[in-house]
Each structure stands twice: as structure tokens, then as C-alpha cells.
Design a protein around this ligand. Structure first.
Ligand SMILES: N[C@@H](CCC(=O)N[C@@H](CS)C(=O)NCC(=O)O)C(=O)O
Length: 208
């Protein structure tokens, strides 16, 4: 069976959403990102030298990391779920274009520094830039329901996760009406709603 190493509401949420959208069975292993400990007190570095989630353990035991790769792998396991356009179709490269943009321009350029640096001086530049960055998906989604093509893809799973983190990062998504409408729409999908509910409950349990 597939196995996913995740941390509640971290970027691995999009991999959980993708798995739930496909209906594929998986075992989920929770990682504490600060201590790098697993639930059984094992060391996550033994699983993933990068020390970061997501890690997908494949049926043959190989470990796959990086959200863009993990998400496309899950999508390709169940082509009937239509979570990614077929290779060779221009929309497959549009999907990769969005996954790369979300992973670098939104996640690493904004969300990552926001969660690591707490002082206003360090946060000023990423905060100033995020408005410019989010204007891109905002304009795109003003005209369309989904990021790529006419149906939900793993790029939507990844953007949904990123938009959910804006609030704890101190940014109000309501500034971009098309993004806040998109986020509400995505959360009406049963798999998205259930994945978020599961991880929010785990996060609350961690804080308790
Ligand atoms: N480039 C990786 C980034 C993965 C990543 O930064 N994961 C975060 C959680 S959202 C993490 O595990 N951070 C722990 C750390 O960097 O120590 C991807 O897109 O999957």
C-alpha cells in the first residue's frame, strides 16, 4: 500500500487531497516538523534526508519527494480521476507551470519565510511581493473555475493548501475576490473538505 509522510496542514495536505480524490488507499505517517520525530519516536531523517514532507512511499518501497512530483505520480496512478492532463497534452505543461509557481513563488517565497521569521523587518519584503504574486492566479481564476482545463487537477489541490495558509500567515484572501470564491468552491468538494477536517483535527490535537 502507498504511504504518505505528512504534517497536519503542511504542504503535504495537497498530496492527501490527491489521494482522497483518487480513492487510493494509503497509510499516513505523521511527522513533527520541528523535532523531526515520527509518532513512534523514530527519526524522520531516516525516512527522508531532506527532513521535509511530503514523502510518498511507493508500492515498490521507493521514496518520492517534492510536491510537484508526488502529486503528478498520484494523479497518474488513477488516470480515470482526471487529476492531471495526459503527458504530451499542452495542459500537462500548464499543470507543471502552476505547480512550479505555487511551490516556488507562493510557498518558498512567501509562506516559508512567514512561518520561520517573525520579525517585521524580515517579513516586509515577502509581504510586499505576495500581492503581486497572487494577482496572477487571481486574474486567471476570475475567468475560470479551475487552474487548468475544465476540471479539478492536482494544481488546484496545491493552490487550495497554499491559500488556506494565507490567514495564519497574516494575509486576508478576501483582498482577491476571485481567490476567495475559488477557495470556497474547492472546499465544497468532499475529498478536499474531508482532508482538511482530518488534518485540522490532528493539528488541534498537537496544540492541546
Ligand atoms: N520543495 C518541497 C518543499 C517541502 C517543504 O518545504 N515542506 C515543509 C512543510 S510545508 C517541511 O517539511 N519543512 C520542514 C523543514 O524544512 O525543516 C515541496 O514542494 O514538496
Amino acid at each position: 500500500m502507498l504511504q504518505l509522510y505528512f504534517s497536519p496542514m503542511a504542504c503535504s495536505l495537497s498530496s492527501r487531497i490527491a489521494l482522497m480524490e483518487t480513492g487510493l488507499d494509503a497509510t499516513y505517517h505523521q511527522v513533527h516538523l520541528w523535532t523531526k520525530k515520527l509518532a513512534d519516536d523514530g527519526d524522520f531523517h531516516g525516512v527522508a534526508p531532506k527532513g521535509a514532507v511530503p514523502v510518498l512511499v511507493l508500492e515498490n518501497g521507493e521514496h518520492l519527494t517534492e510536491s510537484a512530483a508526488v502529486l503528478q505520480y498520484i494523479a497518474d496512478l488513477k488516470p480515470a480521476s482526471d487529476l492531471a492532463p495526459r503527458p504530451g497534452d499542452i495542459d500537462r505543461y500548464r499543470l507543471q507551470e502552476w505547480l512550479s509557481f505555487i511551490g516556488t513563488e507562493i510557498h518558498k517565497a512567501f509562506l516559508f519565510p512567514t512561518f520561520w521569521y517573525k520579525d517585521d523587518g524580515s517579513l516586509a519584503k515577502p509581504r510586499a511581493r505576495i500581492a503581486q504574486t497572487l494577482a496572477i492566479p487571481s486574474a486567471h481564476l476570475a475567468e475560470r473555475e479551475f487552474l487548468v482545463g475544465n476540471s479539478f487537477t492536482v494544481a488546484d489541490a496545491h493552490l487550495t493548501w497554499a491559500l488556506l495558509l494565507l490567514r495564519p500567515a497574516g494575509v486576508d484572501v478576501a483582498q482577491w475576490p476571485s481567490l476567495s470564491a475559488y477557495l470556497a468552491r474547492m472546499q465544497m468538494r468532499p475529498a478536499v473538505r474531508d482532508a482538511i477536517a482530518t488534518e485540522m483535527a490532528l493539528r488541534k490535537a498537537m496544540a492541546a
